[in-house]
Design a protein around this ligand. Structure first.
Ligand SMILES: *Cc1c(COP(=O)(O)O)cnc(C)c1O
Length: 410
C-alpha cells in the first residue's frame, strides 16, 4: 500500500486511493450520487449528503494534499471559490495584505467583493519584505496572500521571508501555487500556512475541469473551513473530482515537459528582435532568478513577453499551436493578452503601474513537441496576416454575445 513516504511520482499515481471495497476496482469510482441511504435514523456509513461527503472528491483532496505535503485538502468548485472561503474564514472583519500582481479575478474579488464582508485588502509589492512588513498590522491583519510566480508578470516572492513577516504579525500566509504546481514548489515546506490552487490549471492539466483546493496542516482551521464549505456549498461535483484525480496521476510526467517547453519559449523570445523583454524566472536575466532557483525545482510553462502592442496582437492571433485562450496549465499551449483578457477587470491605472500593457503577451507552454512550438512562434512573428482558424476549418458563424452584467473578463 503506497504511503506518505513515497516519492512524488508514486504519490501522484496512488495517494488518497485504494481499491474500491466491494469489487476491488483499481480506479476510484465516480460516486455520482446526491445522497446515501441510511440504515436507521442517523445510522449511516459516514456519508449523509453529497455537499458534506463524497468519496471521489475525498480521494482527489487526499491526493493533492499529499502532493503539497499537507495534512488536509479541501476542494472547491473553482479556484476563486477556494480563495473566497479562506478569506471568509480567516479575515472577516479584518485585513488582508496581498501581493498586488495576482490573477485578475482574485484582484477583482479582493477589491470589489470582500469589502462587502468587512474585509479590507491592502495591495503591496510582496517582493519587498519591508513593504510587506509596513503593511501588516498586528491584531488586524489576518492573512498575507501572495502568488509566486505571479500572474502575468512572473514576479517571484521569497515565501520563507513572507512567512516570517506574517508570523510576526500573527497572520497566516497563503500562497497561490497554481503557476508552479507542487512538482516545482511546495510552499508549506517553506513556511506557508495554506496553499491554494486553481486545479483548473496544471493539477487537472487537461483543460476540461474548473476547480480549486486549499491545502493546510492546521486541524482546527481545516475543521472551520469544512464547516463553512458545507454551510455555503461551493463543492466540486463527482465527475470533476474524478477528472482532477485522473489528471494528477500524470503531473510528474507532464510538468518536466511544461518546464522544458517554458524554457524553450522564453529563450526563443529573449533572442527575438521584436521582443522587448521576457519574464521567466528560469532565465538568468530574471531579477529574482537566484531566489527562484532556490525555492523552485523547475520554472513551469508560464512565460510572458513585452512587445509593441501591434506585434503582440499579431503574435497572439497568428500562432497555430498556441491557442488564443484564457486559462493555462493544460496539455495544449495557450497564448493571451492579459490586459485585454485575463486582467481586463484590473483598473487600467493599476495595470499600467505594474506593467501589464497591451504589449504584454502571456504564454502557457503545453506538452507538445517543443520544436513545433518554436516554429509556431517564429512563423507568427514573421507573418503579418496568419489566420488562426487552424486545422478545424472555417470559422463558426458569429453568434450574438450572451448577456453579461459586466464586460470585465472571467
Ligand atoms: C485561474 C486562476 C485562479 C482562479 O481559478 P478559477 O479556477 O478560474 O476560479 C486563481 N489563481 C490563479 C493563479 C489562476 O491562474
Amino acid at each position: 500500500m503506497p504511503g506518505p513516504t513515497d516519492r512524488f511520482g508514486t504519490r501522484c499515481v496512488h495517494a488518497g486511493q485504494s481499491p474500491e471495497a466491494v469489487t476491488g476496482a483499481i480506479a476510484t469510482p465516480v460516486f455520482q450520487t446526491s445522497t446515501y441511504v441510511q440504515e436507521g435514523v442517523g445510522r449511516h456509513k459516514g456519508y449523509e449528503y453529497a455537499r458534506l461527503q463524497n468519496p471521489t472528491r475525498e480521494a482527489a483532496e487526499a491526493n493533492i494534499a499529499a502532493l503539497e505535503g499537507g495534512a488536509h485538502g479541501i476542494a472547491f468548485s473553482s479556484g476563486l471559490a477556494a480563495i473566497e472561503c479562506l478569506a471568509k474564514v480567516v479575515a472577516a472583519g479584518g485585513r488582508i495584505v496581498s501581493e498586488e500582481n495576482l490573477y485578475g479575478g482574485a484582484i477583482r474579488m479582493f477589491t470589489q467583493v470582500l469589502d462587502r464582508l468587512g474585509i479590507e485588502v491592502v495591495l503591496v509589492d510582496s517582493r519587498d519584505p519591508g513593504a510587506l512588513g509596513r503593511a501588516v498590522r498586528p491584531g488586524a491583519t489576518r492573512l498575507v496572500y501572495l502568488e509566486t510566480p505571479t500572474n502575468p508578470l512572473m514576479r517571484v516572492t521569497d515565501i520563507a521571508a513572507a512567512a516570517e513577516v506574517a508570523r510576526a504579525a500573527g497572520a497566516l500566509l497563503c500562497v497561490d501555487n497554481t503557476f508552479a504546481s507542487p512538482y516545482n514548489q511546495t510552499p508549506l515546506a517553506l513556511g506557508a500556512d495554506v496553499v491554494v490552487h486553481s486545479t483548473t490549471k496544471y493539477l487537472n492539466g487537461h483543460s476540461d475541469v474548473l476547480g480549486g483546493i486549499l491545502v493546510l496542516d492546521d486541524d482546527a482551521l481545516a475543521e472551520e473551513i469544512h464547516f463553512v464549505r458545507k454551510s455555503t456549498g461551493p463543492v466540486p461535483g463527482p465527475m470533476d473530482s474524478w477528472l482532477t484525480l485522473r489528471g494528477t496521476k500524470t503531473l510528474h510526467l507532464r510538468m518536466p515537459r511544461h518546464n522544458e517547453n517554458g524554457m524553450l519559449t522564453a529563450e526563443f523570445l529573449r533572442d527575438h528582435p521584436a521582443v522587448r523583454a521576457v519574464h521567466y524566472p528560469g532565465l538568468p536575466s530574471h531579477p529574482d532568478h537566484a531566489l527562484a532557483a532556490r525555492q523552485m525545482s523547475g520554472f513551469s510553462g508560464m512565460v510572458s513577453a513585452e512587445l509593441a502592442p501591434d506585434d503582440a496582437k499579431r503574435l497572439a492571433e497568428g500562432t497555430r499551436i498556441f491557442r488564443l485562450a484564457e486559462s493555462l496549465g493544460g496539455v495544449e499551449s495557450m497564448v493571451c493578452i492579459p490586459s485585454l483578457m485575463t486582467h481586463a477587470s484590473v483598473p487600467e491605472p493599476d495595470r499600467r503601474r505594474m506593467g501589464i500593457t497591451d504589449g504584454l503577451v502571456r504564454f502557457s507552454a503545453g506538452i507538445e513537441d517543443g520544436a513545433d512550438l518554436i516554429e509556431d512562434l517564429d512563423r507568427a512573428l514573421r507573418a503579418g496576416h496568419t489566420r488562426k482558424d487552424g486545422p478545424a476549418g472555417p470559422r463558426r458563424p458569429a453568434r450574438p454575445p450572451t448577456a453579461q452584467t459586466r464586460k470585465d473578463g472571467p
